[in-house]
Design a protein. Structure first.
Length: 272
């Protein structure tokens, strides 16, 4: 299981991470989705290449423990959608990174734009990142501009988010870092327009340059950079092939087991 392996990133391996957000509203539906994905994954013609795609489902915290059970001995790992900046203690309503790890979570999403939108600052995100890594979780750090202006100020916004959130990230733990570029304008049902593979490519080069600046060439070059923002079974291939994405952070499409399985299939058969 990849949560226990050496964590070394191999560029040919793609990540497909489903962010269920606050869905579904019943455990019965969560179980149905996971059951269909499990079944579909087994049928993939590329199933023998297992390991070409690292598949993670990040359900609401309420369903985490049950999903860990339901996915035992499968190619699907389970992750958190957020974790707190302290390991444990008196923090009403928060999720402990140390409990997440002990439960068997493979990773945790941090800095998602929907959390930034309710006031989560770069400083808080940096502390959450540090505490997740201390607890040996892989961090899926989300960055992305709210709007794309003609003057290119969006580069400054992404740079600030990236640098500030990673301020406390130890270079020795670089294998625990995944960056997800999620332009806010392309996320969700209210997206202004779909991002294009070239939008992703342009920004991922910029992100990569910043990662190399922060962590040095050897480490900066191997950090996976995923695309998130209305990723689905129709646009996945373009983002991998033309965009050079190392995988996806998928919202809505991850709640449809057929669509999610189709994205996994695209990632498993990718040769770029
Ligand atoms: P979406 O969400 O795929 O529904 O746009 C992506 C995300 O917010 O992670």
């Amino acid at each position: 299981m990849w949560r226990d392996e050496a964590l070394c990133y191999n560029q040919s391996v793609k990540f497909v991470i489903g962010n269920w957000k606050m869905n579904p509203s019943s455990f019965a539906e969560a179980k149905r989705i996971i059951t269909v994905v499990k079944k579909n994954i087994g049928k993939h013609p590329h199933a023998r290449l297992r390991g070409q795609a690292k598949v993670v489902i990040c359900p609401p915290a309420l369903f985490l423990a049950s999903l860990v059970e339901l996915t035992k001995n499968t190619a699907i790992a389970v992750g958190g959608q957020d974790s707190y900046l302290s390991d444990e203690g008196a923090h009403t309503g928060e999720t402990s990174p140390s409990a997440l790890r002990r439960l068997g979570a493979a990773c945790v999403i941090l800095g998602h734009s929907e959390r930034r939108a309710i006031g989560e600052s770069d400083t808080v995100i940096a502390q959450k990142v540090a505490s997740a890594v201390r607890n040996r979780l892989r961090v899926v750090l989300c960055v992305g501009e709210r709007v794309r202006d003609d003057a290119g100020a969006y580069f400054t916004e992404v740079k600030r988010e990236l640098r500030a959130s990673l301020e406390k990230f130890p270079r020795s733990e670089i294998k625990r870092l995944v960056v997800a570029y999620e332009p806010v304008w392309a996320i969700g049902a209210k997206a202004i327009r779909a991002a294009k593979p070239e939008d992703f490519r342009e920004m991922s080069v910029f992100i990569r340059r910043n990662l190399v600046d922060c962590f040095g060439k050897k480490s900066g070059l191997v950090i996976p950079i995923l695309y998130g923002g209305s990723a689905d079974e129709r646009n996945a291939e373009g983002f991998l092939r033309e965009g050079g994405a190392d995988g996806f952070l998928v919202g809505r499409a991850s709640l449809d087991p057929q669509k999610f399985s189709a994205i996994i299939r695209v990632a498993e058969s990718a040769r770029y």
